[in-house]
Design a protein around this ligand. Sequence first.
Ligand code: SAH
Length: 217
Amino acid sequence: MNELKDTFKHQGLRRALVKELRVKGIRDDEVLKAIEKVPRHYFFDNALLEHAYQDKAFPIGAGQTISQPYTVAYQTQLLQVDPGLKVLEIGTGSGYQTCILLEMGARVYTIERQKLLFDKTKLFLPEMGYRAHFFYGDGYLGLPRFAPFDRILVTAGAPYVPEDLLKQLVVGGILVIPVGEGAVQDMKVYTKVADNQFNIKSMGAFKFVPMLSEKAR
Ligand code: SAH
């Protein structure tokens, strides 16, 4: 694991990344502030450090990736996170997105189906001073015991929108989920306007690793 050192150089690279994201259309200042704060290079092996502040996805082990900063920023912007909101994240992965949500003041519940990543991230985030509730399990089912949630964020490409996640959203809550079975997903935003009633928007094409079922493990 890396020595956790955040130098002026890293901070400068983060400011440059934030500028780049602004140019690419990210407008939410709170999201950009969070990206400026979270040391993304902590999530990279030493050998790959130079890649940490490029706007690119990257392998994080167990065949998974840390999402591209633009995608993280875009999804977080759509989620409309306010301090104190209870947020469910599907696909903990490296925990980078989790840290962004925590920086924005959310109370985060996060589920990962790969044991290796779950074990690693659950230890690593507290080392950085980030506290979330970590769960090893199947994101399709959400977390009925802790529902309802103000926001739900899916960070893997889902073949369809899981009914359980829609159920676990408060009225007025928002689900952001990339939907599609092929190489490209459509970023969907579901706003729960009443029980069993949703306002649905499509927000463009993105590429995610697939959201897998327990059976496909
Ligand atoms: N938010 C992560 C992105 C990781 S990529 C980050 O910032 O690094 C998507 C993650 O979703 C992977 O770690 C993958 O293992 C996980 N995943 C895939 N299917 C899942 C499922 N059914 N339930 C929970 N996590 C799942």
